[in-house]
Design a protein around this ligand. Structure first.
Ligand SMILES: C[S@@+](CC[C@H](N)C(=O)[O-])C[C@H]1O[C@@H](n2cnc3c(N)ncnc32)[C@H](O)[C@@H]1O
Length: 272
């Protein structure tokens, strides 16, 4: 990798806010005060229409988030958060549903607020395409953030001569992946944060993450992956780094694989 590509990757990494939940919380609190106080003092009659007040609060929160340069999806979250809370409250659901729903969300999405990699799954066609990229000889494959593990289960069934390792930190997807893959001897599911996992032991590393961690992942891959090993990123290229190959998967989402050799040496993985 050239010095310029390294600098570009580092620059992108440095722009990532470390705690995106904090500005979101600030936008919600400030807009609650900014809308709530004037309504209470000057227009208390408006309290009879809580949905209208919630909509107003949502608009102010979204404007604040935009001013704070939050990512676009935060604007939609701010716009909808209070109005949705008002609507759901009207449904008079049992009180225990709230903490249960929250618990499930936390167990599935875990530290998504910080790492900005939500759970969505690779298509069947992606799994098939990845299968065709495996070399004829036995090899070791790592899925960084394996979700419910279905991609690895498919590969493990088709290639009993290879070893597949999935690493996932969100408790529910990890548990699902672990239980569903328990009968496959060549599949191992680890509950770990992949940033703490050395990448030196694999022939192919697959990542279906988001744009947010790609620069950091690139730097880690360059440091740790062994010569000849291949990094395949589903959908998200590494900013500022030219891929060695770009492969169209031909699924409904028009997925592309971005293929890299971070350690530079010739790979034995078929890239086309
Ligand atoms: C987009 S999903 C991809 C799931 C699976 N690899 C697939 O292709 O179907 C990304 C997964 O990575 C997990 N993840 C994100 N950051 C992680 C980390 N630092 N350590 C372990 N898992 C992580 C998320 O919890 C999520 O389940």
């Amino acid at each position: 990798m050239g010095a310029r590509q390294h600098r570009t990757a580092l620059g992108t990494l440095n722009r990532e806010p470390r705690h995106p939940l904090l500005p979101a919380l600030a936008a919600q609190c400030i807009s609650l005060v900014a809308v709530g106080v004037p309504v209470l003092v000057f227009l208390p009659a408006l309290l009879a229409q809580p949905l209208l007040v919630a909509l107003l609060q949502g608009v102010v929160a979204a404007l604040l988030a935009r001013w704070m340069r939050a990512a676009p999806w935060w604007l939609a979250i701010h716009l909808g958060f209070m109005p949705l809370a008002v609507i759901v409250r009207k449904l008079e659901l049992p009180g225990w549903l709230w903490p249960l729903g929250l618990l499930l969300l936390v167990l599935v999405f875990w530290r998504n607020d910080r790492n900005r990699v939500p759970l969505y799954l690779s298509s069947r066609q992606s799994a098939e395409r990845l299968l065709r990229m495996l070399p004829d000889r036995p090899c070791r494959v790592l899925d960084l953030g394996c979700g419910d593990g279905r991609l690895l289960r498919h590969l493990a069934r088709e290639r009993p001569d290879c070893r597949f390792i999935g690493v996932e930190y969100a408790p529910l997807p990890w548990l699902w992946a672990r239980l569903a893959g328990a009968s496959l001897a060549n599949l191992e599911i680890l509950r770990r944060d992949f940033w703490n996992l050395p990448l030196s032991d694999y022939d192919l590393i697959y990542a279906f993450l988001s744009p947010a961690p790609m620069s950091r992942l690139w730097l880690k891959s360059c440091r740790e992956m062994r010569p000849g090993a291949t990094l395949v990123s589903n959908s998200f290229p590494v900013p500022g780094v030219s891929e060695d190959a770009r492969i169209a998967v031909n699924d409904r989402a028009l997925t592309y694989f971005y293929v890299y050799r971070p350690a530079g040496a010739r790979s034995t993985i078929a890239a086309t």
